[in-house]
Design a protein around this ligand. Sequence first.
Ligand code: KIV
Length: 263
Amino acid sequence: MTTPDQTTALTLLRAKQAQRKISWLTAYDAHSAAIAEAAGIDVLLVGDSLGMVALGYDSTLPVTLDQMIHHTAAVVRGRQRAWVVCDLPFGSYQVSPEQALTNSVRVLQESGCDAVKLEGGEAMAATIQFLAERGIAVVAHIGLTPQSIKQFGSYAKRGNNDAERAQLLRDAAAVEQAGAVAVVLENIPADLATAITEQCAIPTVGIGASVACDAQVLVWHDLLGLNAHNPPFAPAYVQLREQMIEGIRRWDHDVKAGDFPQS
Ligand code: KIV
């Protein structure tokens, strides 16, 4: 049931129109969802970064639809008012618009989330339109698209030359025209992110794409300093990895010294 203070796709559009910034954060379980909401986060993205930050894969490619649904359902159980978006994993939507619809319906019905996200611009516009015309809220993702890592060979910045810039401008226009409710811009030059944000009526969500974007998204583990290394565009706001290691080390020491439990 939608409550009056529930974040919806319309909330995000109105925020763009009012030039009010929105915060997105990835989450992969119910506990994290509740913590993020308590901190004021508006949108919880169950990214397929799940594969790399939680499941131990070296890319997002092995992540399955079942894994995405499992984690998204947990995030939905932990949220009260945030909008929850689930990434469609690699291979679950590229075959045809019909495949994308079948899998989006599974995601929405089995997890209870609010929207799906898929990677791709102009090339995915027909699929986005097919989903949007059938009532599905779709977030597009352009720029650095991690599911294409095997094609590009690196997670480097996109949009560095005139041809790539022109393509990204076309991608943004195409996904908007197709009915996407928002578009993630990952790791592209600031002036290009500004141009896309000005060109688009739908909200842009930046990650490594400048302050000009209507919203910002970060990966949970990056923001909280849980990784040994962060991408250059994703600063840690707190170093929890060190604090966790220190807490566990002290307990490990006490156990081995016979000092735990104390009575
Ligand atoms: O998978 C993910 O977490 C994402 C964000 C980086 C935007 O797609």
